[in-house]
Design a protein. Structure first.
Length: 144
């Protein structure tokens, strides 16, 4: 599987972050992998990387719903206010323990690309990459 340039994990649970980061590194699915502990930290990372001409914007964000400071839905609402050019290059996947119909419906309204249950597994990662970054993406992606 080809590598994405940048993945962002957003979850307040340090154990979940550790396990997801370890798995993603073993899968070698991204050149760069960063972790944010809440939606506010994630927005700060996006602003820092997406506005910089020298650092890439995350192509994929795994976002938890229930977090302190700024939860996943608050993050999505703030993210929706960013200029469209920043949004269209990033795929946001809700990764959560909540499969409540209310949450899935709200996620769809906020233009989340996918809504999957925890835990993140190699099979889920592979399916997400294949679905959202099809083979023609890789043939047009900038080469290092």
């Amino acid at each position: 599987m080809p590598k994405l340039s940048f993945i962002l994990l957003v979850d307040d649970d340090s154990t979940t972050n550790f396990l997801n980061e370890l798995m993603l590194r073993k899968l070698a699915v991204a050149d760069q992998l960063l972790v944010a502990l809440n939606g506010k930290e994630a927005l700060d990372i996006l602003l820092e990387h997406c506005e910089s001409p020298v650092s890439p914007c995350p192509l994929l964000v795994f976002l938890d719903i229930n977090m302190p400071v700024m939860n996943g839905f608050e993050f999505l609402e703030a993210y929706a206010q960013l200029p469209w050019a920043k949004q269209r290059a990033t795929v946001i996947v809700m990764l959560t323990t909540s499969l409540h119909a209310r949450d899935t419906q709200r996620a769809k309204q906020l233009h989340v690309a996918d809504f999957i249950s925890k835990p993140l597994t190699p099979e889920k990662v592979t399916a997400i990459v294949k679905k959202h970054f099809p083979q023609d993406y890789w043939s047009h992606a900038p080469q290092p």
